[in-house]
Design a protein around this ligand. Sequence first.
Ligand code: 7TS
Length: 406
Amino acid sequence: MGRDIKEIRADFPLLTDEVAYLDSAATSQKPRVVIEAEKEFYECYNANPLRGLYELSVEATDRYEEAREAVREFIGAQSAEEIIFTRNATESLNLVAYTYAMSALKAGDEILVTIMEHHSNFLPWLNAAKQCGAKINFLECDADGRITEEAFRAALTARTVLVAMTQISNVLGCENDIKSFAAIAHEQGAVFVADGAQSVPHIPVNVRELDVDFLAFSGHKMLGPMGIGVLYGKRELLDKMPPFLYGGEMIETVTRNGATYAELPHKFEAGTVNAAGAYGLSRAIAYIRKIGFDAIREREDILTQYAFKRLRENPYVTVLGAENPAEHHGILTFRLEGVHPHDVAAILDESRICVRAGHHCAQPLLKHLQVPSTTRASLAFYNTTEEIDRFVETLGTVRRRLGYAE
Ligand code: 7TS
């Protein structure tokens, strides 16, 4: 990384020595340039975008559309019309479920999801399947999160209409080979929906290279503001899909008993949009680009390796997933023998160490792995080995504090 970690941390107002923030998989911290971008939008460009003909509204529109172009370039989409702004990955996935899936599914059709999906990439499909009389099939993984090509081929049937799969698991940190799975799904004529919520912030994701039909992700996990998310969709699919939400800004003409709808992407962006959020996201993308994915990956790998090594010093800690730290993308989900994860998180919180405890919105996976609930530390490039030391050392006191001999 070209820049010193101290300098990088100074870009993030909340990253002080007091707090050890180890919950970036839930939401990342924000650099000052992103926080200020939202303020700048409201101070300098605020008007309702896409509506007014006056200069200020045109400027607001320009900032919004520039952000769309920044996202397009970032994920390698062919055209900006394939980038739909939503609130978050959850809304992006629901958009596809309510529009594409509900129009395409017939009774007896099948949707294939993996067992490791976040509830946001499972419940929209379950709901669509129930509404249409379709069936959900599960693709199971092993304890390391691995899914083989053979298992995938075996789970696909002639009736599989759609496959939904995360690129990186928010619990195990493992990466699915989206490119291969999407190609196999296409051979069978199924549409492939990738959940990029945990991958887009950490690895380069190119939708044309992966050849996915849809990709969903959230701005807030990739240094951007909360309340802005993205759905990428292939133009030929988006064109055929009915609108998701109805109202202002998504129409061409409206009569007493009908309407024609706006062109892409506006067909899917009903009501006043989150232009300040989009502007903030474009600044987040610029920040990530400046640091570079090579440097991000290198640093996150070093930190993950270090955290693994230190956690292994504690004989009561079991880390879920692969043995190899490089397969974790900064995600360390663990159990501390004899202690409820909520107690682990509460004790760590007394020392201002932020981790997540519970089921991580992936209950089917925890059930499959036969793990009741866990604690998760998730790292980003801005973390330090000192924070990891503080975390591991405090974790080392938890059992004694709860009355165990060691
Ligand atoms: N998909 C994955 C893989 C996720 O990890 C999350 C959020 C979502 C979808 C939903 O994102 P949202 O921005 O729409 O909420 N994951 C987590 C997590 O692991 N801890 O808190 C939120």
